[in-house]
Design a protein around this ligand. Structure first.
Ligand code: FES
Ligand SMILES: [Fe+2]
Length: 386
């Protein structure tokens, strides 16, 4: 069997029979290019929080697959996603990351300048051969804001966003994320690992007890993690936030009803995994560079910015991200192995199976997986929001 046939078999396997994907799927450049075309160029992809680009001119620039994109708040207060590629000779316009423009986007090569709608406004020294401005605008892409998070779709005919996440909101409503009015942007790092490996690691709670023994396991232990509901488009799992003798454990102890001692882990492939609780929605995003390199960024929205951003919280987040980076890069180093193959996924990895079914659906047109609801889902459905 070639890689694509093997991958199709592995990714379409149902829960109970599912195995780890073929290792070559985590380093093959041909497959990577197909994934960029079929997933990152043709699905709703998380980019940043709306509150990370608050003032007119604020932007976040990144690559979605092969496409340099900038998401920008215009002078009119609206958020737009534009191609970040100059229409003259193709220079990347704005540097990747966060920044602010002063009215115009000016190309660093010959200073062609664009407004915040992508309209071409200036072409220095173009006198005898005039440049037709209308045919040299920056193309725009669809943007949707959901619970304060911004998603971009590069495709010609985006699926309506409401269809993409149909059914998810009822499980999240108890945590009122749309009222979290502050945001925090974590560091932008490059990990030497395939984006799927990073997504799988971010979404499953199976590894907490081993990889995060002294960090996450102390407050969100593996033994108290469970599946809530999901399908091939999104998955919500959950867990109990426990109190222990650690400073963070003490601080997270709450006197709310049971549901507010839980957290929800929200996975929206291809790029978003977030942890939603009663006062914050913290996420990690994965934006691939090539088959074995990925831009990884953390951030969050919260109703309590001070405690979210204090030095202890930052040190804690940094510590467990370092643990995740180490383990992902360690796995990646074995992905060239040919004399062995991936093993059985266990019960706690049902969320990974959902992700594999997403891949099967997008890459091989395997039918989408209907929603499965776990027994703990009820807890989130019957509690009224605070
Ligand atoms: S490439 Fe941008 S102005 Fe020439
Ligand atoms: Fe982890």
């Amino acid at each position: 069997m070639n890689l694509l046939e093997e991958l199709k078999d592995a990714a379409a396997a149902p829960h109970g029979q599912a195995r780890s994907l073929p290792f070559a799927a985590y380093c093959d450049e041909g497959l990577f290019n197909t994934e960029m075309t079929r997933l990152f160029h043709d699905d709703w992809v998380f980019v940043c929080a709306a509150r990370e680009i608050v003032a007119p001119g604020d932007y976040y620039a990144l690559r979605l697959g092969a496409e340099p994109v900038v998401i920008l708040r215009g002078a009119d207060g609206q958020v737009r996603a534009l191609s970040n590629v100059c229409r003259h000779r193709g220079t990347q316009l704005l540097d990747d990351g966060f920044g602010r423009i002063d009215k115009l986007i000016v190309c660093p090569y010959h200073a062609w300048a664009y407004d915040d709608f992508g309209g071409l406004r200036a072409t220095p020294f173009a006198k005898e051969i005039a440049v037709d401005r209308d045919s040299h605008c920056l193309p725009g892409f669809a943007v949707h804001e959901w619970l304060g998070l911004l998603f971009v779709h590069l495709g010609e005919k985006p699926t309506p966003f409401s269809e993409r996440l149909a059914g998810i909101e009822r499980y999240l409503a108890v945590f009122t994320a749309s009222a979290f009015d502050a945001s925090s942007s974590g560091p932008i790092k490059v990990w030497d690992a395939n984006w799927k490996l990073i997504m799988e690691n971010a979404m499953e709670s199976y590894h907490l007890f081993k990889v995060h023994t002294r960090t996450l396991e102390a407050i969100t232990p593996t033994r108290d993690a469970y599946y809530v509901a999901g399908n091939s488009e999104w998955t919500v799992s959950g867990g109990k936030t426990v109190s222990d003798k650690s400073w963070l454990g003490e601080r997270t102890k709450s006197s709310y009803p049971e549901v507010y001692d839980q957290y929800l882990l929200v996975s929206i492939p291809p790029s978003f995994v977030g942890v939603l609780g009663s006062d914050s929605f913290a996420w990690v995003s994965a934006h691939p560079i090539d088959a074995t390199t990925t831009v990884v960024r953390s951030g969050g929205i919260t109703s309590d910015l001070r405690s979210f951003e204090d030095s202890d919280s930052r040190a804690f987040t940094e510590a467990f991200f370092a643990e995740d980076k180490d383990i992902c890069e360690r796995v990646q180093r074995s992905m060239g192995a040919t004399r062995t193959q991936g093993g059985q996924l266990v019960d706690m990895e049902r969320i990974v199976v959902d992700f594999h079914r997403y891949l099967a659906n997008r890459l091989f047109d395997t039918p989408a997986l209907p929603t499965y609801e776990g027994v703990r889902a009820e807890l989130f459905l019957r509690t009224d929001p605070l």
